[in-house]
Design a protein around this ligand. Structure first.
Ligand SMILES: Cc1cc2nc3c(=O)[nH]c(=O)nc-3n(C[C@H](O)[C@H](O)[C@H](O)COP(=O)(O)O)c2cc1C
Length: 345
């Protein structure tokens, strides 16, 4: 077992990454059902939360079945972050995570996200303020450093542990790398192997297959891994990794029935959580990703993207089941999208 504060997790837990516009409660439920051990919300602005923006408040919703869940906050002002942490405390997630990794210009400019990697003293003060204002275990997610010349994660890890964080997740890139190049896990391993560090250290970046998960587990010795892009459209990766770690065997690719089932489950949760209009719209990006690889699936695209009634969409999904009955899906490599390709630095 692995412990974060009072939360018990299995050995080598698999974490769903916080992802804006992706890691909402319906998606988190789907990931949990398919093997995620700990899930995180999208990042939430501490300012927005304090001003009670409806969108931010809704991001605090948690389904019981997805727990344990970490709520992720960002903010560059100690008092405001601490105040937001108090609001989060009331909603009782299992833990509170601080985002010190977001590279997006607008966030960095507020002195939040990866911006604080240039000011470790501020990072420490922000973290300490959070730890003191909540009873929840506080964790941090960050990157290796600001740029190649200033990879300060080893110092950051020690100092954040000293002010009371209970776990650290490290994305193996710098802020200036955005998603360029390959994630470098060797520094993550150095943090993990530092005898001063006793909190769990989770590795993050580029995991997209059971084989890579096992290879990185063995090579870098981290306490668990966090997965982001690869599970968008492929939540089954969690169970595939767990099975491979346990048995050394690859599970067969999910069947058409399982894929359609995930579409239906997420649709049902989206309707429940977002209501009839937003629930339908927010699912539109998901269907074809879940059904990717089925020859001719694009024929169903228009129907899935235009129907506005749940019954009509469910009928299309049932048609897909009939059309592809008995079709055996092949396992194909999961492509990694570079989400920040056109982001200004
Ligand atoms: C669409 C998208 C949204 C993201 N939003 C957040 C976020 O809200 N908070 C955060 O800490 N990281 C966010 N990230 C970064 C991921 O959590 C993760 O660190 C990164 O994608 C690297 O992991 P991966 O290679 O497994 O995708 C986001 C990534 C993507 C692709």
């Amino acid at each position: 077992m692995l412990q974060i504060g009072n939360i018990q997790l299995p050995d080598f837990p698999l974490l769903l990454a916080p992802m804006e516009d992706v890691s909402d409660p319906p998606f988190r439920v789907v990931c949990k059902r398919n093997g995620a051990d700990l899930v995180f919300t999208e990042f939430i602005s501490s300012e927005g939360l304090i001003r009670d923006a409806i969108r931010c408040r809704r991001k605090l919703d948690i389904y019981d079945e997805e727990r344990p869940t970490g709520i992720q906050l960002f903010g560059g002002d100690e008092e405001r972050l601490a105040m937001a942490a108090k609001i989060v405390d009331v909603t009782q997630p299992e833990l509170l995570d601080i985002n010190f990794g977001c590279p997006v210009k607008g966030i960095v400019a507020q002195g939040a996200g990866a911006g604080v990697l240039r000011d470790v003293d501020l990072m420490v003060r922000l973290t300490e303020a959070c730890v003191k204002s909540t009873n929840l275990p506080v964790t941090v997610k960050t990157r290796l450093g600001w740029d190649d010349a200033s990879k300060n994660i080893e110092e950051v890890a020690e100092r954040l542990q000293d002010v009371g964080i209970k776990a650290l997740t490290i994305h193996g890139r710098t802020r200036c790398q955005l998603y360029k190049g390959e994630a470098d896990w060797s520094l993550i391993a150095k943090v993990k192997n530092n005898p001063r560090i006793h909190i769990p250290v989770f590795g993050n970046g580029d995991i997209n297959s059971p084989q890579k998960a096992l290879e990185y587990k063995n090579r870098y010795g981290v306490d668990g891994i966090m997965i982001g892009r690869a599970v968008i459209g492929y939540p089954w990766l969690f169970r595939e990794i767990r099975h491979y770690l346990d048995t050394g065997e690859l599970l067969p690719a999910p069947t058409v029935v399982e894929r359609v089932d995930v579409c239906k489950q997420q649709l049902q949760k989206s309707l429940q959580w977002k209501g009839p209009v937003a629930g339908i719209y927010s699912m539109r990006g998901h269907y074809l990703r879940y059904l990717k690889g089925l020859p001719g699936i694009k024929e169903f695209r228009t129907a899935l993207m235009t129907h506005t009634e749940p019954e009509a969409i469910l009928a299309v999904l049932d048609d897909i089941l009939v059309r592809y009955e008995g079709y055996v899906m092949e396992r194909t490599p999961i492509e990694m999208v570079n989400y920040h390709e056109n982001c200004p630095l």
